[in-house]
Design a binder for this molecule. Structure first.
Ligand SMILES: N[C@@H](CC(=O)c1ccccc1NC=O)C(=O)O
Length: 305
């Protein structure tokens, strides 16, 4: 009898720990302004609208192939000035590596192109078509493509949201000399990312991705960078790790700990908790020129540090 009670009690503890983990890794459940479903709907609606607007108003090259794969595509939006010596801002969308696309992610195109920055919104093969290792490879190749095509660029700046911030941060582990091209990386903006993938493996979000613990470790910059060599001299660009006020404690922990790991490893990283925003509005607001993150991005680019 006591044995059965103990078994039930530990099964119950496990269930509630898993339920809590599920909640921590469900960003929409931490939004305070609207219901979770509404937050997700608004996010993709605003992204689609911003993309349509960008394509209707900016000079652009849509579906530019950065590789031979069907999914190796990016949309590039240009400022009015006709030059190849431009700063390039590459955006990697989120969606837990299983949703989202470039067609609903051109939030920042209007304010950045208006200020002389070329913006590339990058697609990659989300699950179940692509594996996480393949996505990391695609992101790496997309950066090489921009560097090779625009060798006179005035800096390549990477920005990723959520799962896209993870993909952008994995680039810090790339061995560029092996790839035969060293990109002119000048800054990383990591927004609401996840860098330690182990907890994610135990959530329902892993049902499509099917990451093993080994896959998760191999793709966790938090663990990998802790034991990686110091950044190569020319590559120590500024890295800004950002998280919204209205995000789960786990998302805050992920950003804070990753920033600490970067600093320990010799990277120029800083951490910013943004007031009044959640996992979705933190990116939606990039449509606005006067939003603090848009201003930080523009300041970083114009300082060319
Ligand atoms: N199922 C998730 C959706 C999600 O995480 C998400 C949605 C859009 C863009 C980024 C997301 N998260 C990380 O990539 C949620 O409940 O919030």
């Amino acid at each position: 009898m006591a044995e059965e009670w103990r078994r039930q009690r530990s099964a119950h503890k496990l269930t509630s720990a898993l339920q809590e983990l599920e909640k921590q890794y469900s960003p929409s459940r931490w939004v305070v302004r609207v219901e979770p479903e509404e937050a997700l709907r608004t996010f993709s609606g605003k992204g689609t609208e911003a993309t349509k607007n960008a394509q209707a108003t900016r000079r652009c090259q849509l579906h530019a192939p950065y590789g031979d794969g069907k999914g190796d595509r990016m949309d590039i939006y240009f400022p009015d000035v006709q030059s190849e010596a431009l700063p390039f801002f590459l955006f990697f969308h989120g969606g837990y590596w299983q949703s989202g696309s470039k067609d609903q992610s051109a939030f920042m195109v209007d304010p950045l192109t208006a200020q002389g920055v070329a913006v590339a919104v990058v697609d990659y093969d989300i699950a179940p078509k692509g594996s996480l290792d393949q996505m990391v490879d695609q992101v790496t190749r997309s950066i090489m493509f921009i560097q090779k095509r625009y060798p006179c660029n005035e800096g390549i700046y990477l920005c990723g949201h959520s799962a896209g911030a993870h993909l952008a941060s994995m680039v810090l582990l790339a061995s560029w000399t092996e790839h035969g091209v060293v990109p002119n990386l000048r800054g990383l903006f990591l927004v609401s990312g996840i860098y330690d993938l182990e907890p994610f493996v135990h959530t329902s979000n892993n049902a499509l991705l099917l990451l093993t613990l080994e896959d998760a470790l191999r793709n966790s910059p938090q663990q990998r960078l802790d034991v990686a060599p110091a950044p190569p001299a020319g590559l120590a660009c500024p890295i800004l790790v950002m998280v919204g006020e209205h995000e789960s404690p786990e998302f805050h922990r992920q950003s804070w700990e990753f920033c600490q790991t970067l600093c320990r490893g010799g990277w120029k990283a800083s951490f910013k908790k943004l007031p009044d925003v959640d996992h979705f509005s933190i990116i939606e607001n990039l449509t606005k020129k006067d939003y603090v993150v848009t201003q930080i991005i523009m300041k970083t680019i114009s300082q060319k540090c």
